[in-house]
Each structure stands twice: as C-alpha cells, then as structure tokens.
Ligand binder design. Structure first.
Ligand SMILES: CC(C)(COP(=O)(O)OP(=O)(O)OC[C@H]1O[C@@H](n2cnc3c(N)ncnc32)[C@H](O)[C@@H]1OP(=O)(O)O)[C@@H](O)C(=O)NCCC(=O)NCCS
Length: 193
C-alpha cells in the first residue's frame, strides 16, 4: 500500500482489478469535484451540461461552490497503479448540507447532508463506487451524521447501487427519486464483527 489510511486499505481489498486507494478530499480537489459533478449531471451519456453551465447554474453549482466549506466531507478514490507512485484521482463521493431556503435536489432536512458521487467512466464497474460509499459512511458516522440523502434521476442505474447498499426511497418526484440512508441502523461502513 502506498499510504496507510484505513479507508484506503478497505477500498484496496474490495476493488477489482488493480490497487485503488482513498484519501480525504481537500480544497485542492475542487476542480476534480467539478469534473465528477459533470459526470453526475451528464450520467446518461448525453451532454446536457457543459462544465461552464454546471458552474453557472445555481441548482448544480451549489454542490461544489466554495469547496471546501466547514462541514463538507469528501473522499477521493485514487489509482495506485499509475507510474512513479502517482495517485491519480478516479472517483469521488462527497457530502454537503444545504439550508432549506437553498436546497439541493435531494434535500430532506438541514441536518441531513446530501451525497454526490461519480467514478471516472473507464473505471466503473470495479467496485470503486461501493467502496467509496462504504468509507464515506464510516467517516460520516464518526462525525455524528445520522442520515444521508441524495437525488437520483429515473433511469440512472446508480439507483441500483444505492438500494443494494441500503438506501431507501424517501420521496418520488416527476423526474427523480430522493433516497435516504439511515446510518443509525445501516451496517454500511460499520466495522466487521
Ligand atoms: C454510480 C457510479 C458512481 C457507480 O460507480 P462504480 O464504481 O461503477 O460502482 P461499483 O462498481 O461499485 O458498482 C457497480 C454497480 O452500480 C450500478 N451501476 C451504476 N451505474 C451503472 C451502469 N452505467 N451500468 C450498470 N450498472 C451500473 C449497478 O448496480 C452495479 O452493480 P453490478 O456491478 O453488480 O452490476 C458510476 O456509475 C458513475 O459515476 N455514474 C455516473 C455519475 C452518476 O450517475 N452519479 C450518481 C448521481 S445520483
């Protein structure tokens, strides 16, 4: 292992095909989070938003604006198989709280942070998304977070990943479903007994 984060270790064990680590997201990761947010809004493969639009549109930019703010919690998956020990970011999962007057798409309550996540297209299907979520659940619990919410558009197969990890439907909208994970009862990211 290149680095000794406990989460990195966990991710490396669960991810298929080559070593992947995980590290906390910092202010220097803002650009990469924009890349990942772009993947979220363009999940269908159609370019609905350009990078410029995603940053300009208030509804989408609020997931990354001013990163990193107090209370923001994020993890970056890094490829550990790159040359010269380069740890290239290949995925991210992050949590941010929103005020009721300026909510995200998956808003549930002010004390329930919303999740955004994406994995670089050529790295999908290796277990990185699930590994990131598991590690993020551990971190969130350590910070006293009780629930996590998110909005997933109808037809996005990411919903299967979330439900397989214990997210349940909170509400349905015309174009999307709001899902919630209750960390008080979920085993996700709990140490194995
Ligand atoms: C959702 C996402 C982060 C999952 O990352 P990942 O590393 O591929 O996830 P994993 O390998 O851990 O898990 C794969 C599971 O995700 C689901 N899934 C997500 N997207 C999928 C896709 N395009 N095709 C098939 N399955 C998909 C399946 O349930 C799959 O399970 P399986 O491997 O048993 O079939 C990734 O697909 C992604 O970046 N998508 C675009 C951005 C996005 O939609 N983000 C979520 C917005 S709400």
């Amino acid at each position: 292992m290149v680095h000794a984060h406990r989460e990195g270790h966990e991710l490396a064990e669960q991810v298929r095909q080559g070593p992947v680590g995980v590290r906390p997201a910092g202010p220097e990761d803002a650009e990469f989070l924009v890349d990942m947010l772009l993947q979220c809004v363009n999940w269908s493969g159609e370019e609905r938003y350009t990078r410029k639009q995603v940053l300009k549109d208030k509804a989408t930019s609020l997931y990354v604006a001013g990163w990193q703010r107090e209370g923001d919690l994020g993890l970056i998956a890094v490829d550990l198989a790159g040359p010269s020990g380069l740890q290239i970011p290949i995925g991210a999962a992050w949590l941010r709280r929103f005020p009721a007057r300026n909510p995200g798409f998956g808003f549930v309550a002010e004390d329930v942070p919303e999740l955004a996540m994406a994995v670089a297209p050529h790295q999908r299907g290796r277990g990185i998304g699930a590994g990131l979520l598991r590690s993020l659940a551990t971190k969130a619990r350590e910070q006293g977070i009780e629930r996590i919410s998110l909005s997933v558009e109808h037809g996005n197969p990411a919903k299967d990943l979330y439900t397989s990890l214990g997210f349940t439907t909170y509400s349905e909208q015309e174009k999307a479903t709001t899902l919630v994970l209750d960390l008080r009862t979920s085993p996700l990211g709990q140490p194995a007994r």
